[in-house]
Design a binder for this molecule. Structure first.
Ligand code: SF4
Length: 352
């Protein structure tokens, strides 16, 4: 029976400071006032704009332990890009003995491994030395391409104020990850003002990178969701028909690629079925401990609901690690995490 996969993770929103200002973002802090309020929220938290913060090590440790107690295998580190560009974050990191967020992240990944979780970091656009450093303590890493269209960086477009969203920079990071043999997650964001041809070009860019390095483990096809108090709060969501069309295009272009659709951004189980029938194979990360801080109004589904929807289709739902089975078979991971991988997977490379 064919399996649909998902990963049980704990979402660590390390800092909401970001050098970019994407028109659709509800995650980045709106202002810097020096508040140090806790970044730990519960599922009931809402998307109120917060002051800039960065999680202390003890706060991260608390979340990691809670994740492990709830059966998570993945520690998902997500944060704004180059947050040190914000003086408050730079000062705080320096007071803790770190020159950069990446140095801090490295230590947190080690904490996660010690607690029994496999790190997956989404560090934004970073340098090659930083990528190499993180490879040592990450089971996989990720960077959304979003779109290969530089038109979206022009005046009045969603990436106008986001230097890190320049497609050539993002493609450069994904390419470097391929050279370093890092199992990598990327994807595209649908419905932010791109044309249908630009969507195809974005998928083609990902395919070409994977053809060269064989390191892309999944392509996320993410639908735009408007968030309150953002410049794009009244922008229309993409239709389900468009999502289906894009997934079919991705499937035709990359027949063996895992394609992920985030279930909380398509909350109706009937939609999951439609998207899975179109060629999606993965329902992404689900966090039993924390909310989706990037889309805080969209609750994670219950795993039982996902199981039922998948069973209704005659398929099975299987938990995977944040490193996909084929990269486990290839041995694309460091000896820092081999004991954890062996502990968690069955002979197919999925969670036993
Ligand atoms: S890069 Fe991410 S966190 Fe930063 S503004 Fe854009 S969407 Fe928000």
């Amino acid at each position: 029976m064919q399996a649909v996969t998902y990963s049980k993770n704990v979402f660590i929103p390390l800092t909401n400071a970001c050098r970019n200002r994407c028109g659709y973002c509800g995650f980045r802090a709106a202002r810097s006032t020096g508040s140090t309020r806790s970044a730990i929220s519960t599922r009931s938290a809402v998307s109120a704009r917060q002051d800039i913060h960065i999680m202390r090590k003890d706060q991260v440790r608390t979340l990691l332990k809670a994740g492990r107690e709830h059966g998570c295998k993945e520690a998902l580190f997500t944060f704004g890009e180059r947050p040190e560009s914000e003086p408050l974050i730079k000062d705080r990191l320096e007071s803790w003995g770190y020159q950069s967020i990446i140095e801090y992240l490295y230590d947190l990944c080690e904490e996660a491994i010690d607690i029994g979780l496999l790190p997956h970091s989404n560090p934004g656009v970073i340098g090659e030395d930083e990528l190499k450093l993180l490879k040592d303590v990450n089971a996989s890493m990720g960077l959304m391409l979003e779109s290969s269209s530089s038109r979206l960086c022009e005046k009045g477009m969603p990436h106008e104020f986001s230097p890190g969203k320049a497609p050539e920079k993002r493609i450069g990071v994904i390419e470097a990850a391929g050279r370093f043999k890092i199992p990598f997650t990327t994807g595209i964001l649908i419905g932010i003002g791109e044309t249908r041809d630009e969507i195809t070009a974005s998928l083609l860019a990902i395919k070409e990178l994977d053809d060269r390095y064989h390191h892309i483990q999944e392509v996320i096809i993410q639908n735009f969701k408007p968030k309150p108090n953002t410049p794009m709060e009244n922008h229309k969501e993409p239709s389900i028909e468009l999502m289906v069309d894009v997934i079919k295009t991705a499937r035709a272009m990359m027949p063996d690629m895992d394609i992920q659709v985030p279930p909380n951004l398509n909350p109706d189980p009937e939609k999951w079925k439609t998207l899975l029938k179109s060629g999606a194979t993965d329902l992404g990360g689900v966090s039993p401990v924390t909310i989706d801080y990037v889309n805080p109004l969209m609750q994670w589904p219950r795993i039982e609901s996902m199981e039922k929807a998948v069973r209704d289709m005659g398929l099975t739902l299987k938990e995977r690690l944040c490193i996909y089975p084929k990269f486990i078979k290839r041995g694309w991971y460091s000896n820092r995490i081999d004991e954890l991988i062996e502990r968690y997977v069955d002979e197919e490379g999925l969670v036993r």
